[in-house]
Design a protein around this ligand. Sequence first.
Ligand code: GDP
Length: 510
Amino acid sequence: DFDHVVEALLNTPVDLDSLRPDSVLEDSWIKEAVIRSGMKFRWAKLGESRERPNRDAQRRPPADPALLVSRPPVVTIMGHVDHGKTTLLDSLRKSQLVATEAGGITQHIGAFLVQLPTGERITFLDTPGHAAFSSMRARGAHATDIVVLVVAADDGVMNQTVESIQHAKNAKVPIIVAVNKCDKPQADPQWVKQELLAHGVVCEEFGGDVQAIHISALKGDNLQALAEATVALAEVLELKADPGGPVEAVLIESRTDKGKGPVTTVIVQRGTLRRGCVLVAGRCWAKVRFLFDENGHAVLEAAPSAVVQVVGWKELPSAGETVLEVESEQRAREVVEWRSHQAEQHKLLGEQSAIELKQQRHLEEYWREREPLAHLSWRQRRAALYRADKIRFSMRPSERTESDEPGLPLVIKGDVDGSVKTLLNILDGYDAQDECRLDVIHFGVGDVSENDVNMAATFGGSVYGFNVAASRGVTQLAARRGVALQLHRVIYQLVEQLRHELSSKLPPQR
Ligand code: GDP
């Protein structure tokens, strides 16, 4: 089909002068000629780079507010090392296991959901520290709605506490302070909150809007209050999402599982993820085979803010990538192909794209093959030919002397400069495998003239015209002198006729 031809052309490009690739591809008759003639047709871009149409997948524009529904907050726990982040996550998770059901084997999939007795839900990212947070931010993925800042009440504000505050502020994500280790005798929550003031974190009792909850992650004290504070803040933030339409998600974890192959954990941000959805993330794609929750249970669907493990990736995408649903596997391949192409282009030295380099190589080979005129540039050669309009010219100059070889002398006429060049280009790609040489003895723009016919007659050749006419006098002259006059308006018919004539010149099969 045409795409294959175009692909083939793109992969074996060699210069053919001023033939602009864009115009070539737009002209359906050229396409037909290429397909039907089966001739080698070479071309290359000149000067400006060929723009590939953007086939990327993108996030959708914001949804109609009427379609939005509330969604649970997505929370990241941050803070200084040893202040109790992991312990807090473990306690929160455990509280869930007891609260929900027995039997679930909790797996670490990068996040988990906490449900309050009142029914509200919170999604906790369970990769503590800012590494995950900043890598996601660097990719422009805003996965977090709220930061829970853990500060040990016996240790106070430390470097990474300050860094965490900075990260949250840069990302414009509100903070809740979890003053941890309040079970310790030397704990001094008041002092911690005063210290935080110096870093722009103003807790409620100092007139600010930052909630601070005194907890013990180890003992599980006051975790309920922390969860409630989170839900209260989420209400203020009015977190909403559109559960319909193509899925948009963020990838928070990816790894290769021995049994399942490439698996990822995603947080759904928009739409509803289901089995069978086709997803793209970076340069990978998936047809969703299974969805699992953090208890390893298969789930049928995942709404906004839900965390699910996705099985069905062809290759493993990276954490932090945006995950987008596309309409078909074909579309997914197209997006991945486009992204890979882009990546390749960026990788290449500055301006020169992969294609350009390839073309240049082909061009050099092309010239090596055509030795006698190789000292001239193709452009010079063509220009010379146009000037020396009436000079006999063989497409294969090096073979000219072997006159016993069958050959077909040709006069080519076209309606415009472009069509003549196109014809010459097609003929130039003619491969003499059929042992019949093709000699263009004259070419030009305009109707077939007496001169054209006489020239063809002198060399025993034919006249081929594309989109041109011949007067009655010229037609009669051609008939008298035994010159075949081939006038065509469809290029592939012209080419077909030419092939036909060429094969008739071949010696009979031995
Ligand atoms: P992370 O580095 O922030 O993840 O801190 P961890 O969760 O690993 O905790 C560091 C240490 O502090 C561990 O020995 C925990 O047992 C201890 N720890 C964490 N939370 C509490 C708490 O609320 N009270 C007490 N007494 N110790 C805690």
